[in-house]
Design a protein around this ligand. Structure first.
Ligand SMILES: N[C@@H](CCC(=O)N[C@@H](CS)C(=O)NCC(=O)O)C(=O)O
Length: 231
């Protein structure tokens, strides 16, 4: 069984998409990050970076102790290895998927996250910061659009690279982006959105939370963290 420590955010959706696609049994363990549940010592023992998602695989297959994994990219790789799905074994196909997964983890996710922060949440409207991250998001959408011009999915067959990127494109309007400017990306986005497993993952999120995670109370919890929060 996979215990998924989860909230209804893009990095959380990546993992419910995988689990729904693979049909792997799992239990959701909601961690309300707007209320500070990510600082619970029991959660920090699993996820030392005080972020969701994290998983505990209670039956790792080797008969030994449960395995816990944090960082959404590492979780996707772990689950792909466990199930033999969505990450090919052949070296060339494997590295193709991994490099696009890392591109999402190091680029699209963090840049779109900063975009959300400065465009919507920062108490001051800082034009330099907003412009920087809206433009960087646009550049990254451009990279993905070009990549998708002559292929159906990001890297070979539908893979964990697609599952990682899709949830970060869902809030495109909040990121100041117009998908019509990126026709190949839009075609891919619509195809992923139509997948039954993806629809189940997003429907499941609605059973956990339908309110915006970042309300005024949550801002006090989420922003301005320093080393004290993990002591
Ligand atoms: N690189 C991490 C980022 C995870 C992350 O930023 N998670 C956010 C929600 S999407 C979170 O848990 N935030 C809690 C906090 O900021 O305290 C991953 O991909 O797993």
């Amino acid at each position: 069984m996979i215990d998924l420590y989860y909230w209804t955010t893009p990095n959380g959706h990546k993992i419910t998409i995988f689990l729904e696609e693979a049909g792997l049994p799992y239990r959701l363990k909601p961690v309300h990050i707007g209320r500070g549940e990510q600082f619970d010592p029991a959660f920090l023992a699993i996820s030392p970076n005080n972020r969701i998602p994290a998983i505990v695989d209670t039956e790792p297959g080797d008969g030994a102790d449960p395995i816990s994994v944090f960082e959404s990219g590492a979780i996707l790789v772990y689950l792909a290895a466990k199930t033999g799905q969505f990450l090919p074994r052949d070296t060339r196909a494997w590295v193709e998927v991994l490099q696009w997964l890392m591109w999402q983890m190091g680029g699209l996710g963090p840049m779109a996250g900063q975009n959300h922060h400065f465009s919507q949440y920062a108490p001051e409207k800082l034009p330099y910061a907003i412009t920087r991250y809206v433009k960087e998001t646009s550049r990254l959408y451009g990279v993905l659009n070009k990549r998708l011009a002559d292929r159906e999915f990001v890297a070979g067959e539908y893979s964990i690279a697609d599952m990682a990127s899709y949830p970060w494109v869902v809030p495109f309007e909040r990121q100041g982006q117009d998908l019509n400017e990126f026709p190949h990306l839009k075609r891919w986005f619509d195809a992923i959105a139509a997948r039954p497993a993806v629809q189940r993952a997003y429907a499941l999120a609605k059973t956990i939370n339908v309110k915006p995670t970042v309300d005024e109370d949550a801002k006090k919890v989420l922003f301005g963290q320093d080393a004290k929060v993990v002591k």
